[in-house]
Design a binder for this molecule. Structure first.
Ligand code: GLN
Length: 445
C-alpha cells in the first residue's frame, strides 16, 4: 500500500533523496516468515518509516543534502537507526533536508525542493521537510528528524502532523551528522500523537556511545496518554502568541480552550526573555557548526576536488561542496569565535542562552507546561523567503528557546487557516516532562 502511495505522491512531493523499496519488501517478507515460525516481532514490526538523510545508515549513502558528502557511505548506523531496526521497523528511504539541517524550508538542499502536500507551491518547512512531507502525504507511517532550532516541530506544524523534540540527551546523537552539538536532538514525526509516542519510546534511552546521553530509562508514553490534564497548570506565552498571525493565534486559542475544558488550569504569562533566544541561537549555532563542519576537508569524506597543494585541494573542495547557506553559517561562526570578537559575540550569546534557560526555569515554578504557536505563520510559498535569510531566521522565534534550554517540546495540529493550510500549536515543558507533554498533546488532538 505504501509503495503504491509513493508511486502516486512522490513525483509531486519529492520528499526522498533515496528510496530502497526492494530492500523494504525483502525485510517485510522476512518478517512474515518469522511470524509464521511463531517468533515474536518488535513493536514496530511492519511499520514503514523514513529517515532524515543526516542520520547514518550502514552501507547506504548519507548525504545531509550536501554535495560535499558525494559518494560517502557510512560504515555504521546511527543508534536511532539500530533501535528502529531492533523493533522491526521497515525503512523505506532517506528524506530531503536543508543542507546539514541549516534552514526552515528544505529549499537549502543541494539536490531538490520538497513540496508541501497540502499545496505544492508551498514549502513543507524545514529542515526535516522531507520526513514531514513523506508522513503528511502518507508515504510512510513515521519519520525521524533532527531539531537544532525547530527542524522537527516547524515542518510538522506546516504539514499538519505531530513532531517531538525530546529533552536534550534523551535520544542518542551517535551517528547524527552534527550541526550544533549542544542543541541537536533527534525525534519522531508521525500523523498522530499515539504514533509519535510509540516511536519516541522506541528511540529514547541511554547510549554509552553519546557522552551527553542521559541515564534515564525511556518514559511510559503510550500507556499514560489518556490520563488527561485535570489540574495541570498551563502557561499561555502571550508574547509568542502575539508574534503569530491572527489565523495561527485562533488555532492556538482553540487548543487552549480544549485543554481548559479537559480541566487544565490555564493562565497567561509573558516571557519576554524567550524572544532574545533567536539572536543568541544565530551566534551559538553557527559557531558550533563552523567547528563541526571543519571535518569536511576533502581528505576524510566524500567529495575531493583536485588542487596542487593540500590547502588548494581543501579550498577547492569546500568551495564546490558547500552551498551558500552553509558557507554563510561557517563565516558567521568563525567570525563570532575569532580572537577579537569572541567576547563580544560568542560569550554574550552564551550569557543570553543562560538568561533564556533561567526564564524557563522561573516559569516552571508556576506552570507544568507552556503553550505557544510552533510557527508564526502557516506554510509560505516556495521562493518567498529564500532571498532574505534574516526573515527566514525570524520564523524560528517560537521553537529556538527550548533548544537553548535543552527542554522538550511537541508540535500538534491545531486546525487550518482560510487557505486550508495546517496550523501547529506547541507544548513546552521542563526537562524530562515528555509524559505530561504527550498527555496534553493527546487532549488537543
Ligand atoms: N531553522 C533553524 C536553522 O536554520 C533550525 C534548523 C534546525 O533545527 N536544524 O538553523
Amino acid at each position: 500500500a505504501y509503495q503504491e502511495q509513493i508511486a502516486i505522491q512522490e513525483p509531486e512531493v519529492d520528499a526522498f533523496l533515496s528510496l530502497d523499496l526492494e530492500a523494504a519488501r525483502r525485510r517485510a517478507s522476512y518478517q512474515d516468515e518469522r511470524r509464521a515460525r511463531g517468533e515474536r516481532l518488535g513493536r514496530l514490526a511492519g511499520v514503514p518509516v523514513v529517515l532524515k538523510d543526516n542520520l547514518c545508515t550502514i552501507n547506504f549513502p548519507t548525504t545531509a543534502a550536501s554535495k560535499i558528502l558525494d559518494g560517502w557511505v557510512p560504515p555504521y548506523n546511527a543508534t536511532v537507526v539500530d533501535r528502529l531496526d531492533e523493533e522491526d521497523a521497515i525503512v523505506l528511504g532517506k528524506t530531503n533536508l536543508d543542507e546539514f539541517a541549516m534552514g526552515s524550508s528544505t529549499e537549502n538542499s543541494a539536490f531538490k525542493i520538497t513540496r508541501n502536500p497540502h499545496d505544492l507551491d508551498r514549502v513543507p518547512g524545514g529542515s526535516s521537510g522531507g520526513s514531514a512531507a513523506a508522513v503528511a502525504s502518507r508515504m510512510a507511517l513515521a519519520g525521524l528528524g533532527s531539531d537544532t532550532g525547530g527542524s522537527i516541530r516547524q515542518p510538522a506544524a506546516l504539514t499538519g502532523i505531530v513532531g517531538l523534540k525530546p529533552t536534550y540527551g534523551r535520544v542518542s546523537r551517535y551517528g547524527l551528522l552534527a550541526f550544533a552539538s549542544s542543541l541537536d536532538q533527534i525525534g519522531p514525526l508521525a500523523a498522530s500523537v499515539e504514533d509519535t509516542a510509540l516511536v519516541a519510546e522506541c528511540i529514547m534511552g541511554h547510549d554509552p556511545r553519546d557522552a551527553t546521553s542521559l541515564q534515564e530509562a525511556p518514559p511510559q508514553l503510550l500507556g499514560s496518554l489518556s490520563q488527561g490534564v485535570q489540574g495541570i497548570r498551563i502557561g499561555v506565552v502571550t508574547n509568542l502568541i502575539e508574534a503569530a498571525n491572527p489565523e495561527v493565534q485562533a488555532g492556538v486559542e482553540a487548543a487552549i480552550q480544549a485543554l481548559a475544558r479537559a480541566g487544565a488550569i490555564v493562565e497567561e504569562v509573558a516571557l519576554k526573555e524567550l524572544a532574545y533566544g533567536l539572536a543568541a541561537y544565530y551566534v551559538v549555532a553557527p559557531a558550533e557548526a563552523s567547528s563541526n563542519l571543519a571535518r569536511y576537508d576533502g581528505v576524510r569524506y566524500g567529495l575531493r576536488e583536485p588542487g596542487v597543494t593540500v590547502e588548494e585541494m581543501m579550498i577547492a573542495t569546500r568551495t564546490k561542496g558547500f552551498g551558500p547557506e552553509v558557507k554563510r553559517r561557517i563565516m558567521l561562526g568563525t567570525y563570532a569565535l575569532s580572537a577579537g570578537y569572541y567576547d563580544a559575540f560568542y560569550v554574550t550569546a552564551q550569557r543570553v542562552r543562560t538568561f533564556v534557560r533561567e526564564a524557563f526555569a522561573r516559569a516552571y515554578v508556576s506552570f507544568d507546561l507552556l503553550i505557544a504557536p510552533t510557527s508564526p505563520t502557516t506554510a509560505f510559498r516556495i521562493g518567498e523567503r529564500s532571498n532574505d535569510p534574516v526573515e527566514m531566521y525570524r520564523s524560528d522565534v517560537c521553537t529556538i528557546p527550548s533548544n537553548l534550554s535543552g527542554d522538550p517540546a511537541i508540535s500538534v495540529p491545531a486546525g487550518v487557516d482560510a487557505d486550508g493550510l495546517p496550523i501547529g500549536v506547541q507544548l513546552l515543558g521542563p526537562a524530562l516532562s515528555e509524559q505530561v507533554l504527550f498527555r496534553a498533546a493527546f487532549v488537543i488532538e
